[in-house]
Design a binder for this molecule. Sequence first.
Ligand code: GLU
Length: 547
Amino acid sequence: MDHQALAQLLFPQVTDTPEDLEARFPPRALPEGAVVTRMAPSPTGFVHLGNLVQGLTAERMAHQSGGILFLRVEDTDAKREVPGAVEVLIDTLKHYGIQFDEGAAIDGDNGMYGPYRQRQRAGIYHVYAKKLVSEGQAYPCFCTEEELAAMRAQQEANKETTGYYGKYALWRDRSLEDVRAQLDAGSPWVLRFRSTGSIENQFKFDDLVKGKLTITENDMDHVLLKSDGIPTYHFAHAVDDHLMRTTHVVRGDEWLATLPFHIQLFKALGFKLPKYVHIGPLMKMDGTSKRKLSKRKDPELALTYYKSEGFPVEAVYEYIMTLLNSNFEDWRRANADLPASAFKFSPKKLNPAGSLFDYAKLTDVSKNVIAKMDAEKVYTLLSQWAAEFDPDFGAKLAADPDYAKRILAIGRGGKKPRKDLAVWKDAKAYMGFFYEEYLQAPRFDPAFDQSVIADVLNRFLETFDLSDDASTWFEKVKKITQDIGFTTDMKAYKADPAAFPGTVADVSTFLRLAVTGQTNSPDLYTVMQILGKERTESRIRAALSQL
Ligand code: GLU
């Protein structure tokens, strides 16, 4: 077979050579050890936690080493593509602090190693396709769907491995005349790799997450170009990662199955093999067993979920860090005030079997993250969330920012800040009572006589003075307690509850219910300070009128 003639027959339009491309995309001038890596998603419109785990791993590896992170859009499967998906992806990742140095961008592409969208790179793939054919490393296959299905059925019946290999590789050694005849007849063809591997052979391979692997050689003549001339993922990623000078491929471990083929391809193409970082899937507990997070069953897989629930970006980021690097939490305890980006991330610490996602833990991390924010920041983030997901609440926050910030400042700062909020969605239940429309009518404990409650509220109104400091205010509450025959001595009460009609805690609860409509609230003195004299008094009067 004259391979040169075959190459010319299949790719007459290709005039560039691999050397031309090498010159066009020269090695990057980066310092020793700089990691060049990428995210290479398919634009399906669904951005999930797995993308973030991968993105973050890639981003940390690149930027910690003074390298480059770029975005390549793998849009070779036009059927799966959703319009606007690239924009959604870029926006979402940016929202989580993953910024690309180059690659596909909202307003086109930027960088010297593009185009960064695979469909625009067809001409580049064809240069290497032609090279492989001219070297006898690839060949056209004219098998129809029916022939392939029949072959498969026969292999299944014989209990053989299914696929296009060995004696089943029907077009492997056909003559130039046969090929020409098919081309003249206009028959569609795919380009296949001529595998020289054998499943009898194994070799060692080092993955940065999985460690040492024993790999069995690939013996399948896999497809490189589909019948429309568009490459498969396998071929495209080899060409792209080489020409874009990728040093590390960070991707999901579902690609391990085809890694033997990828290694073979890099070799056949004369490319240096990048390092591989194969990340395990995100798992969750389902009853007593672990399973992969699923798009269908688990809403928490989608990144949009975290936005609509109102998890601050920083919280999700911190949580992913704790998930990926078990030493992150210790580091965080020792470095409470540093940004998470100061942590030395290591892909070697990733769990090879995949990480276990724990919603309760995420909530906990988020509480800590929010507790550390100042009121100004909480106000900004909460307002942004509410404007989109609870516009009515958002309008209230926007109508009087100072009022909202005073509310949000309660319990902030200091050594032990309050941890009331895990997500912005919780905020309305926590602070809604500050707004008249969300205030609920108090429901007093029927164990107490209504006249006693009314007595407490009336006495409070008589002595209430907004300018009192906290201790004077509390002394007044204690005095009311004693005047109505309740006790302020909680120890004595605990020892013999039957001896007292009630305590200072009950009196506080009457007041709290009257003012907030709830039995739980932040510090009542502070609440009254923020509500002001008029609002506090009118609420107490309204409660009285319902008794
Ligand atoms: N397009 C592939 C995917 O979305 C990319 C895998 C890779 O990063 O190489 O799974």
